[in-house]
Write a protein that binds this ligand. Structure first.
Ligand SMILES: *[C@@H]1O[C@H](CO)[C@@H](O)[C@H](O)[C@H]1NC(C)=O
Ligand SMILES: *[C@@H]1O[C@H](CO)[C@@H](O)[C@H](O)[C@H]1NC(C)=O
Ligand SMILES: *[C@@H]1O[C@H](CO)[C@@H](O)[C@H](O)[C@H]1NC(C)=O
Ligand SMILES: *[C@@H]1O[C@H](CO)[C@@H](O)[C@H](O)[C@H]1NC(C)=O
Ligand SMILES: *[C@@H]1O[C@H](CO)[C@@H](O)[C@H](O)[C@H]1NC(C)=O
Length: 446
């Protein structure tokens, strides 16, 4: 009888959350770092960080746990309206560290290397891995409530080190299928595959319970002279979209993107011209200028960082940033700190931020408390969308609005010497794992 009453209570809650998108802030997060370590240029070693953004008017109490034997539980507080960088050690907590399997047919490796971050107040979390020589990337950690059961991997198109897919379970007895291989893992176990010769982009990943999936490459050469870490925490298939704003990164007139689908006969267009026809399991690299990207079925679109050339002193390198579709834009205020911490070849780091919005919202958005004049936004041709792009500092920044109807998404990215990293900030995603709404705060004891 008690169980039945619980069902009645849960069903309406699930229904309410299933139909709407909510901001990518939460109380519970699971993630992992697939191996970033490369031993090509000294100094050797990898900095792993969880950056916690507390945009509340109160202190957030954080607990970070992992089953990895030499990991020690971390308990910290994040002051109101601030970002705290939490170092994650030891560096051997990276999946398949330090030398991923480079087999032609990649086999699943299971390790106790999942990381769980819980907070008593809703926060946003960004993960960052950086070799001491500056090769790095960052990703938004998708809150546990927004995890899904179906993903498609995006990895490099050309690489010196393996492509990697790493899956982290949220619950015990989660059966995961990566491509053609299936394995059952418990909460915070990680199943990963790595491959140098066999490209993993387009690989379907599915499970019987919601889980997290991170993919990319330990050192991809996609669009740069030197290889660089490329990593994204993948959006579940149910969070994909059919309309995107494609805007080249700073100093580029055209930019490379990678697109994957989960549906056969997917047609992708840029500015009305067909740029890719894809079936399930396939991927395509496309190069386009500032334009709208649309598709007849939902797609996942990744913007790829590039070396901006000799004329720009080789600023920028390979990195992945996942683009939210236009209907996932949000009115939630965002607080973030650009990533990228080690300079290489004596060149300073260059930090940039981008705000994408629509015509009605331009002029209602504040950056660090000051309204950005609508005239400072540039138009995405043949659309209702506008963007503001600027060089910035590596301090904490806020993007806010006091107009409830305003919609935007925010991106932060960084150029080093033949290197780069970036992430997209809080946008909205559907709730795919409602159990995480109730399971989070209980375990936080200070
Ligand atoms: C924030 O917290 C302080 C101290 O608790 C309080 O005085 C202030 O009114 C709060 N501001 C808002 C906007 O809630
Ligand atoms: C490589 O994969 C095999 C299984 O295919 C596994 O036994 C081995 O531990 C893996 N090596 C590393 C370094 O992960
Ligand atoms: C897509 O097409 C392939 C090859 O024709 C087929 O094996 C597969 O089942 C199709 N997938 C879906 C989702 O229809
Ligand atoms: C910002 O960059 C400067 C120079 O590279 C560095 O000294 C400083 O520690 C950085 N600040 C943060 C918050 O990362
Ligand atoms: C954001 O938009 C939602 C509706 O989409 C609204 O309910 C909410 O009040 C808005 N938030 C702010 C801070 O304006």
């Amino acid at each position: 009888m008690a169980a039945r009453a619980l069902c009645f209570l849960l069903v309406p809650a699930i229904f309410v959350y299933a139909v709407s998108n909510v901001p990518t802030i939460g109380n519970d997060f699971v993630f992992t770092f697939f191996n970033a370590y490369v031993n090509t240029t000294p100094p050797y070693g990898v900095l792993l960080l969880a950056l916690v953004s507390n945009n509340n008017n109160g202190t957030a109490n954080i607990v970070v746990t992992s089953p990895y034997p030499s990991f020690k539980t971390i308990r910290v507080s994040v002051a109101p309206h601030s970002v705290l960088k939490i170092p994650i050690t030891p560096e051997s907590i990276q999946d398949q560290y330090p030398h991923p399997n480079i087999t032609f047919h990649p086999h699943i490796v299971v390790e106790d290397k999942g990381i769980r971050l819980q907070s008593d107040l809703p926060v946003a979390v960004y993960a960052h891995a950086e070799n001491f020589d500056g090769r790095s990337d960052s990703f938004l950690v998708i809150p546990a409530v927004q995890l899904g059961m179906q993903y498609v991997a995006v990895t490099s198109t050309l690489a010196l080190f393996p492509d990697m897919i790493a899956v982290v379970a949220y619950q015990d007895n989660t059966q995961i299928t990566i491509g053609t291989q299936t394995v059952t893992i418990n909460a915070l176990q990680v199943a990963s595959v790595a491959s140098l010769l066999f490209k993993l982009s387009g690989t379907p990943i599915s499970g019987n319970k919601p889980f997290g999936a991170i993919s990319g490459c330990t050192c991809g050469l996609d669009v740069a002279l030197a290889c660089d870490y490329e990593a994204v925490m993948l959006l579940p298939v149910g969070a994909w979209g059919t309309q995107f704003t494609a805007i080249p990164f700073m100093y580029l007139s055209k930019n490379y993107y990678q697109v994957v689908t989960n549906t056969n006969n997917t047609i992708v267009s840029a500015g009305g011209t067909i740029v890719a026809k894809l079936n399930q399991g396939e991927y395509r690299r496309i190069q386009i200028g500032t334009t709208m990207v649309t598709s007849n079925h939902p797609i996942l679109l990744i913007q790829m960082g590039e070396d901006t050339g000799v004329e720009n002193n080789e600023k920028g390198g390979s990195f992945f940033v996942q683009l939210p579709s236009t209907e996932k834009m949000s009115n939630t205020s965002v607080l973030f700190q650009p990533t990228g911490f080690f300079e290489s070849y004596g060149m300073p780091l260059f930090f940039f931020l981008r705000i994408v919005t629509n015509l009605a919202s331009a002029g209602t958005i504040q950056l660090d408390g000051a309204t950005i004049n609508a005239l400072q936004f540039k138009h995405v041709p043949n659309s209702n969308f506008y963007y503001y792009e600027t060089a910035t500092s590596n301090t904490t920044h806020s993007v806010t609005t006091s107009n409830p109807g305003t919609q935007y998404s925010v991106m932060s990215y960084t150029y080093g010497s033949v290197a780069g990293c970036g992430f997209t900030c809080a946008f909205n995603l559907p709730v795919g794992n409602p159990i995480a709404l109730t399971s989070a705060q209980a375990t936080i004891q200070l």
